[in-house]
Each structure stands twice: as structure tokens, then as C-alpha cells.
Design a protein around this ligand. Structure first.
Ligand code: HSE
Length: 308
């Protein structure tokens, strides 16, 4: 294969209580990337969208991933990359991870699966390092694998796929930009033991709720006493939208990744649509532009659209 086109899903990282260790893939929105093999060790990037992302490989999320892969190759090989973004950068639904994961998966397929799945995740994390200053896999892993991922550890890499019931996900993206690096910088470096105890109870409860299809336990466990109280100040309308969505029937939810998007889980499409109406009402009243998605969990991860 000389050329490949892949679809790269958006993702919700953290899942409220699992900062940097939990994430899920979405069926909507997703990016499209096309990679072509070159016989020189270089990366050429074309953007087919209006986001004006850098095309110098060293400054582009997909670019740094591919450069790190090229370094490990014995043959002189390069990649020509065309990126068509639908996941808005800075939205909190895994825009940089989609580019990084898509580049790593597509390049590895063009190389005949030279690298193991864990190595592909490692390459993709170089993109997250560029985007946020820190390597984390809670967007990358679900983007590549689909479904819900637990990142038990990144040194060494230990990723666990978590089965779940067929949940619906409603996302509202208020049209303000929150840079992940900024949203990480404002976090406190120390937590109180009582908060840590509450948080790890919630993480264990959430994972158990997914695995036992226990919707009430999922809802009760969608609570974050460490990150959300700090980050929510960056998101206008956050407290109101969260309260009203839960009153309208959402199981629960919170900040998607580092924000500004807010997501809610629901047990069926009807509830998810009611939640969408609530989100629209809140942001219309506040006067901030927004867009919404009502979608489900993507079980496939990065998917090949075509190859030749
Ligand atoms: N876990 C990361 C964070 C996800 O919350 O900073 C950002 O995409």
C-alpha cells in the first residue's frame, strides 16, 4: 500500500473523575487524513480546512509524530499528509489526538505494521506533548482503539479497554478557546487526602458501573472534586449547564478533556436530545455561540476509509 485514507474520531478525555487516565471515542465529529509514502525521509503537510494550523512538521501535531517514526526507520521513507479537520482545535474533544493518532496508525499501516500497537500509541503521544506540553494517552488510546480506555500507566504503557453499555453522549462546544497547556497550568500540584479518597472511589465506581451496565452507579461516580472546581471557572455557564442537564435526565457529565466543551452521558437517545435542548437554551441565553453533537461511543477507533 502506497496511500491510505483514515477517519480519526473525536474523544472525551478524563470522563470527569479520571484525569489523564480515562477517555472514550465518539462517533461524531471525526477528522479525515490521507497519507502517501515518500522515498525521502521528510514530512510534507497540507491542510484541507480553515484552521490555519502550522504546516512545518516540527510545529504540527501529526508532523512531530511522523518525524519521530521516521527516526526509527532504517530505510529512507517519508510521508505526504493531507489533513481535513472537522474537530475544532482547542475544543476539548481531542482534536490534536485525532491528528496524532491518525498519523501514527496510518503511517504504521503504510509501513506494513512495522510497529506494535503500544509503539503506535507512544509515537502518537509525541503529538500530545507538542500540543499540551505533557505526554498523556487519555485521548490517544480511545482514538486508536475505540470504546472506553483506562490508561493505568504510561511508564510503562498499560492500557486497558473497558466494556460499557450503549451510552449516548451529548456535547456542547461553546465557541471559546481553552488551550490545554493553560488549563493544565492552573491546576494545583497537591491534593488533600480526603479529596483523593473521594476521587478514587469515583474512578473505581465509574469503571465498575461501565462493566456492570449499572447506570445509577455511572451517574453517581461522574463527580470530580479535584480538577473541575479549578477548571470550570474557564467555562462560562458551566455550573448552570451541568445542573440543568442532570435535572433533565442526563446520568451526569462534566468538562470534556480540558474544555471548553461539556459532555453529558445519557442512557437513551431521547434523554440525550432533551439534554441537547437544555445546553442550547443555556448558551443562547448567555449569548455565546456554540455547536452541539448527540452521538454514541465509537467502538472502532481510527478506521481505514480507503487504501491503494
Ligand atoms: N487529560 C488531559 C487534560 C486531556 O485534561 O489536560 C486534554 O486533552
Amino acid at each position: 500500500m502506497n496511500r491510505i485514507k483514515v477517519k480519526c474520531p473525536g474523544t472525551v478525555a478524563n470522563l470527569v473523575c479520571g484525569f489523564d487516565i480515562l477517555g472514550l471515542a465518539l462517533n461524531e465529529p471525526s477528522d479525515i487524513m490521507e497519507l502517501r509514502l515518500l522515498d525521502k525521509p521528510e514530512v510534507i503537510i497540507h491542510n484541507r480546512d480553515n484552521y490555519n494550523l502550522p504546516t512545518e512538521p516540527e510545529r504540527n501535531v501529526a508532523g512531530v509524530v511522523l518525524l519521530s517514526m521516521i527516526e526509527k526507520l532504517e530505510k529512507p521513507v517519508g510521508f505526504d499528509v493531507t489533513i481535513e479537520k472537522h474537530i475544532k482545535p482547542g475544543s476539548g474533544i481531542g482534536s490534536s489526538a485525532a491528528s496524532a493518532a491518525g498519523a501514527a496508525v496510518a503511517a504504521n499501516l503504510l509501513l506494513g505494521n512495522l510497529f506494535s500497537p503500544d509503539e503506535v500509541v507512544q509515537f502518537a503521544m509525541n503529538g500530545e506533548k507538542l500540543a499540551s506540553g505533557v505526554k498523556h494517552a487519555d485521548n490517544i488510546a480511545p482514538c486508536i482503539l475505540g470504546g472506553i480506555s483506562l490508561i493505568r500507566s504510561i511508564h510503562p504503557l498499560d492500557i486497558v479497554s473497558i466494556p460499557s453499555p450503549d451510552l449516548f453522549v451529548t456535547v456542547v462546544h461553546p465557541q471559546i478557546e481553552v488551550r490545554t497547556s493553560d488549563a493544565r497550568q492552573i491546576l494545583k500540584q497537591q491534593v488533600l487526602l480526603k479529596d483523593a479518597i473521594r476521587q478514587w472511589g469515583n474512578i473505581a465506581g465509574l469503571v465498575t458501573g461501565f462493566m456492570k451496565n449499572d447506570y445509577d452507579l455511572i451517574g453517581r461516580s461522574l463527580e470530580d472534586v479535584i480538577i473541575e472546581p479549578v477548571r470550570s471557572i474557564l467555562i462560562p455557564g458551566f455550573d448552570e449547564v451541568k445542573k440543568q442537564c442532570k435535572e433533565a435526565g442526563a446520568l451526569g457529565g462534566g468538562i470534556s478533556g480540558s474544555g471548553p466543551s461539556v459532555f453529558m452521558l445519557s442512557r437513551n437517545e431521547k434523554d440525550a436530545r432533551v439534554v441537547e435542548t437544555v445546553m442550547k437554551d443555556v448558551y443562547t441565553r448567555i449569548g455565546i455561540d456554540f455547536n452541539t453533537y448527540v452521538t454514541t461511543i465509537n467502538k472502532k477507533g481510527v478506521e481505514v476509509v480507503s487504501g491503494e
